[in-house]
Design a binder for this molecule. Structure first.
Ligand code: 4NP
Length: 156
């Protein structure tokens, strides 16, 4: 059975699709696409069905990552479906756990930045209302976190 990862942000058009596509990029490089499966979702319904934000896709492409996917909203069934759920920021983390009324799945939900080693951020900053630098920074931070997350799963 493959190990299943779900990346979650607010809109599912900037940060979480970046994390998903960066992780898939690393999995392809390492020949691990059969063993680890990635998906992403948003806590909000704002952008359901939308492609990744074009500004985010441009920043990702500079680092060799082609962004694919369509936004969907996080749903309660995701708690059972996935082995690990990575929240991009502390708001997302709280919103996800608020759907777990019985507290059954708390151990499956973690902050993405817990895996970053070259960055001190606790949250992946929301780039939506800022400039190009913010999008580039998200990609840099997510490469860092994804690389270490992948190591930690491999070494489990
Ligand atoms: P994301 O970015 O959560 O990283 O996908 C955002 C996308 C849309 C909005 C906010 C953040 N919005 O307010 O529409």
């Amino acid at each position: 059975m493959p190990y299943k990862l779900l990346f979650v942000c607010l809109g599912n058009i900037c940060r979480s699709p970046s994390a998903e596509n960066i992780m898939n990029h690393l999995l392809e490089q390492k020949g691990l696409t059969d063993q680890i499966i990635c998906d992403s979702a948003g806590t909000s319904s704002y952008h359901i069905g939308s492609s990744p934000d074009s500004r985010m896709s441009k920043s990702a492409l500079k680092r060799g990552v082609k962004m694919i996917g369509k936004a969907r909203q996080f749903e309660k069934t995701d708690f059972e479906e996935f082995d690990l759920i990575l929240a991009m920021d502390r708001h997302n983390y709280r919103d996800i756990l608020s759907l777990d009324r019985e507290g059954k799945y708390q151990d499956k939900v973690e902050l993405m930045c817990n895996y970053a080693t070259k960055h001190l951020d606790r949250d992946v900053p929301d780039p939506y209302y800022g400039g190009v630098d913010g999008f580039d920074y998200v990609i840099d931070l997510l490469f860092d976190a994804c690389e270490n997350l992948l190591e930690s799963i491999i070494n489990k």
